[in-house]
Design a protein around this ligand. Structure first.
Ligand code: NAP
Length: 481
C-alpha cells in the first residue's frame, strides 16, 4: 500500500522521521484503509514556515481573486460528491446518505465564503474633526492553525479553511488522526483549484505532537479548534499565554425540552433523527429529552416507534440508516456509560447493548439506546456520551425543565417543543446555549452563525458573517486630508 503524505509548500512530502500509522474501516475493523504520516514537531514547523512565507502575497491578493479560487474549489467539491461521500463512509462509518449530505453542506459553506472574499469588511465613521476621515479595515490574522475532529471530516475543515483563505490568511491544517483520507482529498481539490503553494498546508499526526506544536508556535496567530471541551480548554490556555486568537467549537449535552406540545409524533421524529444521526456522534446531537410528566408516556412510546425504524449496519449498504461508532475506544466509552445507566437502575427501553459479533456485524456497532426515568444528576444526563444513547428525564413543570436544561457544563444547542408561545419565549431566552431550535431538531443552516457558550465554545461563531470576526484583525485608520 502506497503511504499518503503531508502537503507542505505545495508538495506532497513524507514525514521527516519516516513514521506511519494505518487507518481502518469502522464497519470492518480488519480492513486497513491507508497508511498515513505520524508527523512530529519538524513537520509541523516546516508547515508553519511554508504558511508564513506564503502570507505576504496571499494576504495582499485582491479578495475577489481569492474568492475565485474558492468558487473553483466549491465546484470541484460538488463534482466529487459521490467519491468523497464514499470515502467519508469508509473512514468515519456514517451512512452514505449522511456522508453525501455532509459534502453538499460543505459545498454551500465554501460558496458562501467565496462570496465573502468580495464583500465589504470595514466601516466608515463620521469624524469629530473637519478634514479628517475615520475608518476600520479588516486585515488577515496571519498564519492560522485549523484542528478538526473525526465526526465531520469534510464539513468541519471546510468551515475553517474556506473563511481563513477568503479573508487572506494562510493555513496549517491538522485533521483528526482517525479521518485523514478526507483531509488528503480536500488538499487535492484545493491544489486543483489553483491555490498557490503554501497557502494551505496539511500535517497529519497525533494531536499531542502536531496539534501541541501548532498551538505553541508563536508564528501561528490564530487557532480554530473543533473537538472536546477538555482539549479545547488546554488549547485556550496555551494560546492565551502568547495572546493568539482562538475559536473553539466544543462538546455539547443538548436538551430536547417537550412541554404541552400538540404534535408529539412530529417531536418524536425530530428528536430521534437529531439524536441518532452519525450514531449520536454529533456535537449538536440531541442527547437528553426533558419532558413534562403529563406527556412523558405518550412521547416515550412515540420515540420508541421511531427508534425501531433505525437500520444499523455498514453505511455503504443500501437501507442502512445508522453506521458503526468510529473506533473501539469510542465503542468502549459508549458501552461503559450504558453499563453505568443499567447499574443505576435507569429503565432501558431500547438497545442497551453492543450489536457487534452478530453475523455481518463485525464493526463497532451499538444498538440505538433509550433510557427512561433518568435522574438529572446521573452521568447519563450530564456528560457528553457521543454515541447512540438517549436518556429521558421526566420533570414536573417548565421551571424544573429549565433548571435541568441548564444544569450541565455545556451550552451548545437545544430544541424546545411546545405549542405555548410563552414557553417558546421562556426557553428561547432562558436556555444557556448558542443555538435554540423551536419545534424542530438541532439542524443548523449553512449561512447562519454557529457556536456555543459555557464549556461548549469560545470566540466568534463560525459559519456565515461572524466568521470574519475571527479570521480578521480590525485596524482603525485615521487620515487628515
Ligand atoms: P478531540 O479528542 O478533542 O480531538 C479534536 C482534535 O484535536 C483532533 O484533531 C485531535 O488530534 C486534536 N488534538 C488532540 N490533542 C491535542 C492537543 N494536545 N493539542 C492540539 N490538538 C489536539 O475530539 P474528537 O474526539 O476528535 O471529537 C469529538 C469531540 O468534538 C466531541 O466533544 C464533540 O462534541 C466535539 N465537536 C464539537 C463541534 C462543534 O462545532 N462544537 C463539532 C464537532 C465535534 P488526534 O485526532 O490526533 O487525537
Amino acid at each position: 500500500m502506497q503511504p499518503y503524505a503531508n502537503f507542505i509548500a505545495g508538495k506532497w512530502v513524507a514525514p521527516e522521521a519516516g513514521d506511519y500509522y494505518a487507518t481502518h474501516n469502522p464497519a470492518h475493523p480488519e480492513e486497513a484503509l491507508g497508511e498515513y504520516p505520524s508527523s512530529g514537531k519538524p513537520d509541523a514547523e516546516a508547515a508553519v514556515a511554508a504558511a508564513s512565507s506564503a502570507m505576504a502575497a496571499w494576504g495582499s491578493a485582491p479578495g475577489p481573486q481569492r474568492g475565485a479560487i474558492l468558487f473553483r474549489f466549491a465546484q470541484l467539491l460538488e463534482d466529487s460528491r459521490s467519491e468523497l461521500g464514499k470515502i467519508v463512509t469508509l473512514e468515519q462509518g456514517k451512512a452514505l446518505g449522511e456522508a453525501l449530505g455532509e459534502v453538499s453542506r460543505a459545498v454551500v459553506e465554501a460558496r458562501y465564503m467565496a462570496g465573502e472574499a468580495s464583500r465589504p469588511g470595514g466601516q466608515t465613521y463620521p469624524s469629530e474633526r473637519a478634514g479628517f476621515s475615520c475608518q476600520t479595515v479588516a486585515e488577515p490574522l496571519g498564519v492560522v492553525a485549523t484542528i478538526s475532529p473525526w465526526n465531520f471530516p469534510v464539513v468541519t475543515p471546510v468551515r475553517k479553511i474556506a473563511p481563513a483563505i477568503a479573508f487572506g490568511n494562510t493555513v496549517v491544517f491538522k485533521p483528526a488522526s482517525l479521518t485523514p483520507w478526507s483531509a488528503v482529498y480536500l488538499m487535492q481539490l484545493l491544489e486543483k483549484a489553483g491555490l498557490p503553494a503554501g497557502v494551505v498546508n496539511l500535517v497529519i499526526g497525533p494531536g499531542s505532537s502536531v496539534g501541541d506544536c501548532l498551538v505553541a508556535d508563536r508564528r501561528v496567530r490564530g487557532i480554530s479548534f473543533t473537538g472536546s471541551s477538555d482539549i479545547g480548554g488546554r488549547v485556550a490556555e496555551m494560546a492565551a499565554r502568547r495572546f493568539a486568537s482562538v475559536q473553539l467549537e466544543l462538546g455539547g449535552k443538548n436538551p430536547a425540552v417537550v412541554l404541552d406540545y400538540d404534535d408529539l409524533d412530529g417531536a418524536a421524529r425530530e428528536i430521534v433523527s437529531a439524536a441518532f444521526l452519525c450514531s449520536g456522534q454529533r456535537c449538536t446531537a440531541l442527547s437528553r429529552v426533558i419532558v413534562g410528566e403529563a406527556q412523558a408516556d405518550a412521547l416515550v412510546e412515540r420515540i420508541l416507534c421511531q427508534v425501531a425504524k433505525i437500520r444499523v449496519g455498514d453505511g455503504l449498504v443500501e437501507g442502512t440508516t445508522m453506521g458503526p461508532l468510529i473506533s473501539k475506544a469510542q465503542f468502549q466509552i459508549v458501552d461503559s456509560y450504558v453499563r453505568k445507566g443499567i447499574e443505576e437502575g435507569c429503565a432501558v427501553l431500547a438497545g442497551g447493548r453492543p450489536l457487534t459479533g452478530n453475523p455481518g456485524r463485525d464493526g463497532y456497532y451499538y444498538a440505538p439506546t433509550v433510557f427512561d426515568r433518568v435522574a438529572p444528576d446521573s452521568p447519563l444526563a450530564r456528560e457528553e456520551i457521543f454515541g447512540p444513547v438517549l436518556p429521558v428525564i421526566r420533570v414536573r413543570d417548565a421551571e424544573e425543565a429549565l433548571t435541568v436544561a441548564n444544569g450541565t457544563r455545556y451550552g451548545l444547542a437545544a430544541a424546545v417543543f411546545t405549542s405555548r408561545p410563552e414557553l417558546m419565549h421562556k426557553f428561547a431566552t432562558g436556555i444557556e446555549a448558542g443555538m435554540i431550535h423551536i419545534n424542530h431538531g438541532t439542524a443548523s443552516q449553512a449561512h447562519v452563525p454557529f457556536g456555543g457558550r459555557k464549556d461548549s465554545g469560545q470566540g466568534a461563531f463560525s459559519i456565515g458573517p461572524t466568521a470574519r470576526d475571527f479570521f480578521t484583525n480590525v485596524k482603525a485608520v485615521y487620515a487628515k486630508w
